[in-house]
Structure formats: C-alpha cells, structure tokens
Ligand binder design. Structure first.
Ligand code: PEP
Ligand code: MG
Length: 768
C-alpha cells in the first residue's frame, strides 16, 4: 500500500491541471482498493459537486450537486470524519441519483478531504457488495486524502485562471472545467500581508532567477582574465547599486529604507567575498563558478538559521551573487518594457535590487510565492508604497502571466481572475484609502500623543548594520532595539572592541541626543555564528542570549566596553540584556557592565553611566517583575519570544502559526503584570516585539499605560495615528473588557469594531 500511495502522490504532484489531478486520484484509488466506483466531490458555492468519477456515470460530472447538510457526502463533510457503511441505501441520509447508475452500489466509504481544518471535499469509494470496507482501506483512503488536499488546492488555484488550457476534451471534463471557473471568487489564495494597500491589475510573471545554483564549474587557461572579469562585474554592480540608492533617496525615500543597498555595498567590499572568489579562480575555476561556490557557502551559513529575519540575510547574499553573475552574463531579469501602472509583478521571489529598478508608478502591486514580512522586498515595497502580498504558497506563478488579479496587502489575499463585483468593491476601497493617506501624511512631525495628552514615544527597531542611518522622515524618536547580532554574523570571528565600538558609535551618533538601546549579543536558539557552533536538541530552551555571554565574560566584556567607548561624548546609550530568566543573571550582567565602566574611567574615557534594561522574554520574569525592575532603569518586553514561551508555540513554525497570538488573553495578562509591577517600583516599560507595530495590539498596550513602543519604521505612522485618536482612558476600558474575554479572536473582533466605530478601520484593513 505504501508504494501505491507514494506513486499516486507523486503522479498527482507532477500534474497541475485540476481535472487531471482528480481523474488520476479516482482511477488509481479505485484500482488500488479494488472498489467498484471511486468519486470526488468538491465544495463550492455551498454545495458539493461531483467533479470526477470512475465507476459512476461520467456524463454527470459537474452536474450533480449536493447542498450542504444533504446526502451522505454532506454528512461526511459535516462530521469531518470518515463514514463507512455496509449498505448506504439503508441510511436515512442516502439520496439516490438514478442517472448516476448508483442503484447497484451498497458498500460506501466517504473520507473528508481537509486542508487546514477546512473540508474541501469528499472522496467516496463504493462497492456492489453489502460489505464495509476494511480498516486498512479506510486508513489508506484517509492517508491519501490528507496528502492530496494540498495538491488539490494548488490545482484549483491554477484552474481558477481565465483561459486556463483545457486538457481533456470530453463533455464531462468541459462541465467540470466550467464549473471550476464559476467559483473564481470563492477562494482567494492566501499569503501574508507584505505591504499594505490594494492592487488591481494584470499579472506580469517573472521567471525565477535561481540561476546561480546551476552555474557549472569550468576550467580556465587565463587566470588574470577571469579575475578581471570578476572585478569589473563587482565594479559595475557597485556603481548600479550606488546610483539606484541615490535615485531612491532623490525620490524622497527615507534613508533607512534605502539602507539595504548600503548593506549590499558592505558585502561587496567584504574581504571574504572577494578573496574567496579570487582564490577559487586562482585554483582554476572560471569567475562565475568561483562566485557560485563563494556565494553558496555564505548562503548556507545564513540559510541554516531558523530565525526568519536572519534567514532573509541569506537571500540578500543570494541576490547580490545573482546581480554579480547577471552582470557577468549581461542578464536583465525585469521585463521593463512590459510593465505599466496596472501591472502586478508575480514571481517566486524577487531581489530588492530588482524591485528598486522599478519606477514606483510603473507597478500596481507585487505578489510573491515566497518571502515573509521581514524580507527586504517587503521592507522596500512598504517604503515605496507598493501593495504587496508575500508567501502565497499556492501561487501558480508562470500560469498567471497576463491574467487579472486583485491583491490585498492588508489581509494577504489574492483573487485570481476576480469577478466584476470583487473589482468594483476593491476599486471603491482604493479611493477611500486615498482619502485616508491624505490624513496620515499630515501627521509627519507631530508627536504620538493621546487625546488626553499622554505622549507615547515611538522608537524604531533595527538590526542591519546599514539600518542605522538617522531617519528624518520616519518620526522615530530614537532606537528602541538595536540587535547587535548582525555584525557578529557577517564575520568569520568575533569582532574586536574597536570594530564593535565603531559600529555602535555610528548608530549612537546618528540618533544623539535621542536614546539608542543597544542589546547585548543574543545568539543561540535560532541565531548561530559559524565560528561558534552551538549544537543542542532544544536550542530555544538552551544556551542562548545572556546565558552564553555570562558563560563567556571575555566576549561579553569586549562588547560592553565597546558600547561604552562608543558612547563617549554622548549621553544616549541604553544597554539591554536579552533572554534573562533569573535575577542573578541580571545582577551578574550589571556587575560586568559596572566593571567595564570603571575600567574605562580608569583608562581615561569620559563616559556616562548608561541606562540598563532587561528584556522580558521568559515567563519566569513576569512573576518576579517587581524585584527585577527595581534593579534596572527600564524594562523592554520582547513579545516575539514572550509569546512563544507563554503559548509553547515555535515562532518560526508555520504549522502552528495560528496559535501564535499576541492578543491572547494570557499574553495580555502577562504584559499587564509586567507593566503594573514595573510601574509600582517606578520603572518605565517599553514593548519592542512585533506586537508594538500592530495598531490593535498597540491600542491595548496604550490602555495598559505602556511608556513607549519600538517597532519597524514602516509601522510607526499607523500606530501614531491610532494613538492620536484615543484617550488612554478609552484604551484602558478596552483592556478591562479584553481581559474578560475567552480568546484572541473575540478580542480582535471587539478592537476592530471599536476602530471601525471611530472611523479608523482603514488602519487594519483595506479602505477608509
Ligand atoms: C523579541 O523577542 O520580542 C525581540 C524583540 O527579540 P528578537 O525578535 O530579536 O528575538
Ligand atoms: Mg527575543
């Protein structure tokens, strides 16, 4: 059975056409279990429709409909459980379709086809004899239905496109095809919101640029020639990137949004990249092959990290490698001549440089099969104001070229070949949104002050070396979280005191006198250093953050000294300790900081004692918050990790992503305990996790009397708008209500309603 199952799954997965997929399933399954009939009913427009059969009358494919709640098929779907009967005709829910020639069948087994808790359809096998199907067969059918649900979803997505090529010519398939097309708007594809906004337009598919991996090795005769090919490609890419970045700045993009290009330039100039490639050329490989090896080596290092943010850096390296290779080959991937203001770029993934090549006015939106909210394409798209949906796993990229799409960058939904009604509705939302933007734009330069006069400073989170440029446009009142891991990760060894201090000084200086929070090294868990491997069974519960640095005072002291040296002449350094779980860890960290401070004073540095903070990421701290807060200057809640540890949900695991809820009452209670406890001892609290950038969550944080919020620059304006439209008292009342509620869903619904009532719904969905 296992072999058969594998063969069927393989065959189905290599087929894109929905009719063919269904056809393969019914034929192969009928044969495998020796049934007299096998059929598939799929759910659409509130009915189950027969879309494939082997054994029943094929003429009726697409014509037999069972409204929800009727027939045995409806019962299987209702119960979302297999139904195995020796004589279906005896069952009160049995409905006879004489034209199907069903009279002779008695044995019946119906298996729900379920994808992410949703019943997509029912797989039915029937036999003439009055016998139940064996347990083995039922288990086989359950296994196959579970494995095929994803393939059916994929094939459905492809088939929803207008003009999809009919593969079969028979009447029955034409019926099925017509039927599938009628359900166009029923199930939009779902991805993640990458950049808010709505795009209505025509898809321009871009072929995947995974050419880098396929570059072959090739022996060379003239080493010098190849080295100069490599250098001149580097040179051209450098020039291209610089001119692009100037262009974008000239177009008014904030410096930090163009910072990705500074990061590229840094990588381009990195000794490791240049030297390793030249070394490889010298050992006899042509420039392209040598480049491939170097880039893939770097990609491997970053790509193996579980943290999505750091994994995205692997993509930057790949993008850069691809640019250099393209330069060598004279390739230009963008069909610029085909882009117009109603184009929606559709691709597996695209590079940030490629995106920057596009005139903003020349595309309506972007839809990508891969990527996440933290990818640079998403960051850049947000900066450029291009509505974007990322991570649409079911996106049939190449088949979409030329078809109509609606992409909703708020909900992450993508409508393929949308109906006139959908287009009309979204067009209405677009014009409403334009009015909203006008109002948001007016906030620039105004403080995040509530209606009752409470000021909530909004800070920015950064992580990239090049993210640090001061933001004149973002309105950030400082840096609330600078993740220091990155300078450590792009090197082949621990950076020294001087190297680190130079980097930290840049950011401190850029924002002085505004506060800058430098977090000490937070490696381990999902962030590894190639030169300091940590191999554990449970890395998230293992040696990470402060646990590592306290065990290695020599590394910790260098970093603390570097931070303090960097702060000389400025009084804006805040030092933040990550992954604290006990009071003694805080005490030990402060002791080391104090030692570094005194050493430097003795060495003649004119430095001020920095403010010291602790990240609340581990639930144990919630219960000792008063004691912890009383020995530091500030508390910063790292909700990304706090939620993962409170809810026991891996923050990087897509399969359990639905359980990762910042609005869960337990999460809210924990945060409230932290804020109240800290305030009792007079210590201010900030939130620096992603939660701070979500207007709904930020509203509750305001109600809990949070002192400041730190989030990515792109999220600041909406959060500011929300803050300026509420009083703290209103927000506190909402907190009281939320804490009485059962789950995150209800809380979200309540908050969304409140925003809608205030006319602020446009902050969290499409429209005004
Ligand atoms: C957090 O855990 O909320 C946080 C800000 O830290 P990081 O995302 O770097 O783990
Ligand atoms: Mg964290």
């Amino acid at each position: 059975m296992l072999q058969t199952l594998r063969r069927i799954v393989q065959e189905v997965n290599s087929t894109r056409d929905l009719n063919q997929v269904l056809e393969i399933i019914v034929q192969r399954v009928k044969k495998a279990i020796n049934a007299d009939a096998c059929s598939i009913y799929l759910f659409e427009n509130n009915t189950f429709t027969l879309l494939a059969t082997e054994g029943l009358n094929k003429e009726l494919v697409g014509k037999v409909h069972m409204p929800v709640g009727t027939g045995l098929v409806g019962l299987v779907a209702q119960r979302a459980d297999p139904l195995n009967l020796d004589d279906a005709q005896e069952h009160p829910r049995f409905q006879l379709f004489t034209a199907l020639n069903e009279e002779r069948f008695h044995g019946f087994v119906g298996i729900p086809i379920t994808h992410h808790r949703e019943v997509l359809g029912v797989l039915v096998a029937q036999s003439e004899s009055r016998l139940r199907f064996s347990h083995d067969i039922v288990n086989f059918l359950v296994t196959i239905a579970a494995q095929l649900a994803g393939s059916i979803i994929n094939a459905q997505a492809t088939h929803q496109l207008e003009g999809a090529e009919p593969v079969r010519q028979s009447d029955s398939s034409a019926n099925a095809r017509k039927h599938v097309q009628q359900r166009k708007d029923n199930r939009p594809l779902t991805g993640q919101p990458g950049s808010p906004g709505i795009a209505i337009g025509t898809a321009v598919s871009i072929a995947s640029s995974v050419i880098l991996d396929a570059i072959p090795d090739r022996p060379i005769t003239d080493i010098d020639d190849e080295v100069s090919v490599f250098y001149s490609a580097l040179d051209s890419v450098r020039k291209d990137i610089k001119s692009l970045s100037y262009q974008l700045l000239a177009d008014g993009l904030p410096t930090e949004d163009v910072a990705v290009f500074d990061a590229y330039l840094l990588m381009l100039d990195s000794n490791t990249l240049i030297e390793s490639t030249v070394e490889r050329i010298k050992s006899g490989n042509w420039a392209a092959g040598a480049l491939r090896e170097t880039i893939l080596e770097h990609i491997k290092l970053f790509g193996e990290m579980d943290n999505p943010y750091l994994r995205e850096r692997a993509k930057d390296i790949r993008d850069l490698g691809q640019c250099i290779f393209n330069q060598m080959q004279g390739i230009n991937e963008l069909p610029l001549d085909r882009l117009s203001r109603d184009s929606i770029i559709v691709a597996e993934d695209i590079s940030a440089t490629l995106l920057a090549d596009i005139e903003k006015t020349n595309v309506a939106g972007i839809v990508l099969k891969r990527g996440s909210r933290t990818s640079h394409v998403a960051i850049l798209a947000r900066a450029m104001g291009i509505p974007t949906v990322v991570g649409v796993h079911e996106l049939p990229v190449m088949q979409l070229d030329g078809s109509h799409l609606v992409a909703d960058g708020y909900s992450g939904k993508v409508y393929l070949s949308p109906s006139d009604t959908v287009i009309k509705e979204y067009s209405r939302l677009i014009s409403q949104e334009e009015e909203l933007f006008e109002e948001i734009r007016e906030l620039n330069g105004k403080p995040a002050t509530t209606r009752d006069g409470i000021n909530i400073p909004l800070y920015a989170n950064t992580g990239l070396v090049a993210d640090i440029s001061p933001s004149k446009h973002s309105g950030a009142e400082g840096i609330g979280l600078y993740r220091t891991e990155y300078p450590f990760m792009i090197r082949q060894r621990f950076p020294g005191e001087e190297e680190q201090s130079k980097i930290y000084r840049e950011v401190l200086q850029a924002f002085a006198p505004r506060p800058v929070v430098l977090r000490t090294l937070d490696i381990g868990g999902d962030k590894a250093l190639s030169y300091f491997p940590i191999d554990e069974d449970n890395p998230f519960l293992g040696w990470r953050g402060i646990r590592v640095t306290l065990d290695h005072p020599e590394i910790f002291m260098i970093q603390l000294r570097a931070m303090l040296i960097a702060s000389e002449g400025m009084d804006n350094l805040h030092v933040l300790f990550p992954m604290i779980s006990t009071i003694s860890e805080v005490e030990d960290s402060i002791e080391l900081l104090e030692r570094a401070f005194n050493e430097l004073l003795a060495e003649g540095y004119k430095i001020q004692r920095p403010k010291v903070g602790v990240m609340v990421e581990v639930p144990s701290l919630v219960f000792q918050i008063k004691r912890i807060a009383s020995i530091v200057d500030f508390i910063s809640i790292g909700t990304n990790d706090l939620i993962q540890y409170l809810m026991a949900v891996d923050r990087n695991n897509a399969s359990v992503a639905e359980l990762y809820e910042s609005l869960h009452p337990a999460v809210l209670s924990a945060i409230k305990m932290v804020i109240d406890g800290s305030h009792e001892v007079g210590v201010p609290v900030s939130v620096c996790g992603e939660m701070a950038g979500d207007p709904l969550a930020a509203l509750l944080l305001l109600g809990m009397t949070i002192d400041s919020l730190s989030t990515s620059v792109g999220s600041l304006p909406r959060v500011k708008w929300m803050i300026r439209n509420f009083t703290q008292q209103e927000a506190s009342d909402l907190v009281a209500q939320a804490l009485e509620m059962k789950d995150a869903w209800l809380i979200k619904k309540m908050l969304t309603n409140v925003l809608e009532e205030k006319g602020l719904g446009g902050l969290v969905r499409a429209g005004r």
